[in-house]
Design a protein around this ligand. Structure first.
Ligand code: FMN
Length: 196
């Protein structure tokens, strides 16, 4: 399989960047080819502008969007890595999702989230989060994110099977972070095998 990892973090020394690397190590060790889209390093422009609206109206694709869509075209599995910011995506990843997964390329069946224009691809979200998992579960955040992203957005995009891995306690002890990195590695190792 060809595995595409999308990373949103400006600091190569961050925990999120380490998660992306360990995930890719796992995928490589399982015999897959890997590709990294490092959105900050590549200076992806996340702003959705009038140019995006005009391109959609004219049936065109902007060059920077086309570059990302070509990456997606050649991928059999996709992994998104970004730190949880205010129970959502940081702006770079949000803009990448908004601009790249366009109507009429990624989806058009608004009444059927499971019907995408894209072929099915294994999809995983590896999300470092500061909060503890019991806090996130009790307050309902884990279920809300599962609903929004797994039942919603990434179904429209054809991610199947798809999985949300919240890496809770990412600011915790060294031990804790080591175990989260090991989990990231295992997700990469098992990317071809996981099921919904
Ligand atoms: C602007 C901002 C918003 C954040 N919002 C949340 C949040 O809503 N929930 C949470 O659990 N952690 C939150 N955090 C903590 C980050 O998720 C945590 O710092 C990050 O996962 C650590 O990974 P990193 O070292 O790669 O940045 C927030 C951090 C920042 C800077």
């Amino acid at each position: 399989m060809h595995v595409l990892t999308i990373l949103d973090h400006p600091d190569p020394a961050s925990f999120s960047a380490a998660v992306a690397r360990r995930f890719m190590d796992g995928a490589k060790d399982a015999g897959h080819s890997v590709e990294l889209a490092d959105l900050h390093a590549e200076e992806f422009d996340p702003r959705w502008t009038k140019a995006d609206i005009d391109a959609e109206a004219n049936g065109d694709t902007l060059p920077d969007v086309a570059k990302e869509q070509m990456r997606i075209d050649r991928a059999d599995a996709i992994c998104l890595v970004f730190p949880l910011f205010w129970w959502g995506m940081p702006s770079m990843m949000k803009g990448w999702v908004d601009r790249v997964w366009t109507w009429d390329w990624a989806y058009d069946q608004l009444d059927d989230p499971n019907k995408s224009l894209q072929r099915p691809r294994s999809g995983v979200l590896l999300i470092p989060a500061g909060a503890r998992s019991d806090e996130m579960d009790e307050a309902g955040y884990s279920a809300a994110l599962e609903t929004a992203w797994i039942n919603g957005t990434f179904g429209y995009f054809g991610f199947s099977p798809r999985k949300l891995e919240l890496l809770c306690g990412a600011k915790g002890s060294l031990e804790r972070r080591k175990s989260l990195l090991e989990r990231s590695y295992q997700v990469g190792r098992d990317i071809a095998a996981f099921r919904n």
